[in-house]
Design a protein around this ligand. Sequence first.
Ligand SMILES: Nc1ncnc2c1ncn2[C@@H]1O[C@H](COP(=O)(O)OP(=O)(O)O)[C@@H](O)[C@H]1O
Ligand SMILES: [Mg+2]
Length: 315
Amino acid sequence: MSVLDSSLAFSGIEQNRLPAGTKLYRGKVRDVLTSPSAMILVTTDRISAFDQVLGVLPGKGEILNQMSLQWFHETSDIVQNHVLKELSPRSVQVRKAKVLPVEVIVRGYLTGSAWRDWRSGVVTPGLEDLGQASGWKAHQKLPEPRVTPSTKAEAGAHDEPISHEQIVRQGLVEEGLWKKVVEVALKLYERGRRRLAERGLILVDTKYEFGLVDGQLTLVDEVHTPDCSRFWYLEDYDAAFREGREPKKLDKEYFRAWLISQGYQGYGPVPAIPETVWEGTLSRYREAFHLITGREWQPSQRTAEAETQLLLSSL
Ligand SMILES: Nc1ncnc2c1ncn2[C@@H]1O[C@H](COP(=O)(O)OP(=O)(O)O)[C@@H](O)[C@H]1O
Ligand SMILES: [Mg+2]
């Protein structure tokens, strides 16, 4: 399952099969095909953690893409998004955006890196006013959801937290547009939070990417998936918080936590990942798919070659 050269790892298109004028960009999880007239996002089965690609989980690409499509649909009244046409369960034709160089993270709870930073006296940009005196507890709900942005690092590098002021001062995003981005991100989070609560989950935190299409703010990439969000089971939150433990979670955090338990946090040699951890991770993606879409995930029967032909004919 973890073999990176498996055909499932990629969109099935290699550079030498691309029509003239078409480019292939490989992100950590998605393959992006760009021709003069079209852009296609293929969500592959690659899995990353700590900004490194660590393996392949068959079916993950379809699961993620289907979840994102549902969320794009459910949030299109808040902000326009990049979706043009679903080509296959894992491939979608999108509007090409000029992507803003900032990851827009919204947090509803003091947990993860924000908690670790607060506890060790480091101020998380966007949470400056939490203060060190007040006795915050791990996994505590914030008074209101907050945007804690980070830079969008080049491939291989790690994203770094950045303050709202620095984003504007460094000219990464113009002030008026940044205000709009924050407003829209908080609305998206609120929509996600409500919908997921109906399905028994807490949207703990999540990351959005925005771009400009013909000057219009546009939601791109992926939305409210286990790759870009942290989900907790609502029913466990109160007891867990009282007992000072992290609530039962349903997201990639399971995979990340296992890596941390082995001493891996994105640097140095990657530990050998046992089959049980792959299976545990995939079962969480399937469960998230079920809760978010109300459907059981069924793997598509499409062959890699059929998928390649479809992509080539859509470029
Ligand atoms: N509509 C779009 N227009 C242009 N770029 C996009 C669009 N949607 C997503 N992207 C970019 O495509 C890439 C998707 O690949 P992904 O594997 O998610 O990358 P990453 O390794 O940066 O997470 C990202 O760089 C993302 O910013
Ligand atoms: Mg991404």
